[in-house]
Design a binder for this molecule. Sequence first.
Ligand code: PMP
Length: 364
Amino acid sequence: MSWESKVKKTIPYTAGEQPKDRNIIKLNTNECPYPPAPGVLDAIDALKSRASDLRLYPDMNATALVDALAAFYQIDSSKIFVGVGSDDVLALCFLTFFGSGDPILFPEITYSFYPVWADLYKIPYKQIPLTPEMTIDPFEYAPGLTHVKNGGIIFPNPNAPTGVEEPLSKIERILRANPDSVVIVDEAYIDFGGTSALPLIDRYDNLLVVQTFSKSRSLAGMRIGFAMGNEKLIGYLKDVKFSFNSYTMNLPSIMIGKAAVEDRSYFEETTGKIVKTRERFKEALKELGFVFPDSKANFVFAAHPDFSGDYLFTELRKRNIVVRHWNSPAIREYLRITIGTDEQMDAVIKALAEITATAQNTNQ
Ligand code: PMP
């Protein structure tokens, strides 16, 4: 027996590639094409005068950042938890809320990190199929009706990688049917025209809403995410966090994150621009014969009836355009294309027009 038999073996999450070549049009990980708010630059300058504070451990409650979020969302600071990207927050949520031993539920087509965390923490799970329209059927999440006792529920809204947004009425149905489970709504993509479930946290004490600075606040490189829910949920999350690693949010993240939240008009301007570009892009895709569920996120999940996903992905790549493509059977015909600038999306449309016009039909 070697020491390796004692090692925890995991199959890690596969993140989208981060190509080094700056000439590539990178539309594969849903980053924002615009720079962070101008105040972020001031915060970086201000950090110089606080360099000596780096001797010290940071504020483990990230109070300055939490208070800025509380002011932005008009809720009490006690209802907010921040972490190192929403992946960090979500991983802690799995550890904190999903330990009952009953299977947790999430959609069959969804953020592929969920089964990875479940496996890591040995949490059983059941994946619920989407409807043919790629929507969530709340009936499937109702334990009384389906006789499936669950240990918790998580789904993104809008869902990823489909981009489909569920109305709050549906989320409320799931919440009402599951008062004995924590329901986590992962709102990584909510700021591109979606309606947040945040106002529901005062009505449902089992609801946790998770968001990120990586998409709508142009700070994927800073790694900031946060959860909002009632004080009790947040308290449990903090207890686990402080049993794991107290000082995850460093001083620069706290200061830079605060600056980003404080500039509401820049946030509205950039998210508004992305929404406009997305709608224009959808029209152009339709004209080329692509099909896709309507997206409320900063990406579109599109397939073409005459060309395989793999072929389109490879052809785009040859033209220095990187999008996301998965080889799993249910979604292999689709590309997930992040919304970049107008100019970038024009280049994608031009490339797709060329590919679909000149290439052989790969499905024949
Ligand atoms: N949730 C969903 C649905 C995502 O697509 C992502 C981005 N990969 C995340 C959470 C995590 O984002 P981050 O850790 O950058 O906040």
